[in-house]
Design a protein around this ligand. Structure first.
Ligand code: SAM
Length: 290
């Protein structure tokens, strides 16, 4: 069942943009600038992050600061904002100056090019992500960063793909890759009227708990296996209607390889769980170079 973020389903009040009456530059489509204008929706998104006083937080694309204000109200120890738009980066730098007790700062950068591997430990990451970079950005963050929780708002269809189960039409490379690192949970659906300017599509808020923190016994892939796994997933879903044995032809001469992996080569990629892909990558990485 789809859960809507309360008020947004009925219409919204409030204006977009700089809360303190700061000048608001025209929204740039190229930067996916659809700003949140509903305080209740904003509050729910931040609540999904489960931030506690003293936490270390990263926000991607703070823009006019709707989420930033709520994050600061929660008294984090560190808050790092990553923003590609000069005007918003400078405006948010001013916001942070008003909170001298919070360390961190604003990074004026393309989040896609950030050295995410330097983010290690108990960081919590949040962002109302620009639609045009959301998928590659999440792929990068999950591959390289360490975090204790993440909450992202993204296009609803992308959210459905990420949370999809094996065997479903929406299940694909992005589902397998992100689910190899974290368990996604749909928090709520946000309709277009919650934003200014209004996008043409609905959005979804997803939270992510890293597998290692879940206590289910599932573990993320070891660093050395990540390139093999990523390559395997991409190759398989480029030909998702074919059988694994056909896609991975090079395995034919390798006696016992399929038996060892416990995976039937007549299956199709969409039938395999993220755990199956990990097992396959492990066996393959020991026998042949993909
Ligand atoms: N957080 C604000 C909100 O919820 O109202 C703004 C969200 S808006 C959908 C996306 C924000 O990400 C904009 O501020 C935009 O300038 C910024 N942005 C776009 N592409 C970016 C990128 N590649 N790296 C960092 N920030 C980016």
């Amino acid at each position: 069942m789809e859960v809507y973020c309360e008020d947004a389903a009925q219409g919204t009040s409030g204006s977009a943009g700089g809360s303190r009456g700061e000048a608001r530059p025209p929204a740039k489509r190229s930067l996916g600038q659809n700003y949140l204008r509903d305080p209740e929706v904003t509050r729910r998104i931040v609540a999904a992050l489960k931030a506690e006083p003293g936490d270390s937080l990263i926000e991607i694309g703070p823009g006019p600061g709707a989420l930033t204000g709520h994050l600061l109200a929660g008294a984090p120890e560190r808050l790092v904002l990553v923003e590609k738009d000069h005007a918003w980066a400078f405006a948010r730098r001013e916001t942070l100056r008003e909170f001298p007790g919070v360390s961190g700062g604003v990074i004026l950068a393309d989040a896609l090019e950030l050295a995410w591997e330097r983010v290690r430990g108990p960081w919590k990451i949040i962002g109302n992500l620009p639609y045009n970079v959301a998928s590659p950005l999440m792929w990068e963050i999950f591959s390289r960063a360490g975090f204790s929780r993440a909450v992202f708002m993204i296009q609803k269809e992308v959210g459905e793909r990420i949370a999809a189960s094996p065997g479903s039409r929406a299940y694909g490379a992005l589902s397998v890759w992100l689910q190899s690192f974290a368990r996604p949970q749909l928090e709520c659906i946000v309709p277009p009227q919650a934003f200014y300017p209004r996008p043409k599509v609905y959005s979804a808020v997803l939270s992510f708990t890293p597998l290692s923190r879940e206590g289910t016994g599932s573990l993320p892939p070891p660093p050395a296996l990540k390139p093999v796994l990523a390559d395997l997933i991409r190759r398989c879903f480029q030909q998702r209607r074919k059988q694994l044995g056909t896609i991975l032809r090079e395995a034919r001469g390798e006696a016992g390889l399929w038996e060892k992996s416990g995976i039937d080569p007549v299956l199709r990629p969409e039938n395999l769980s993220p755990g199956d892909f990990l097992r396959l990558a492990l066996v393959f990485s020991q026998r042949i170079s993909l």
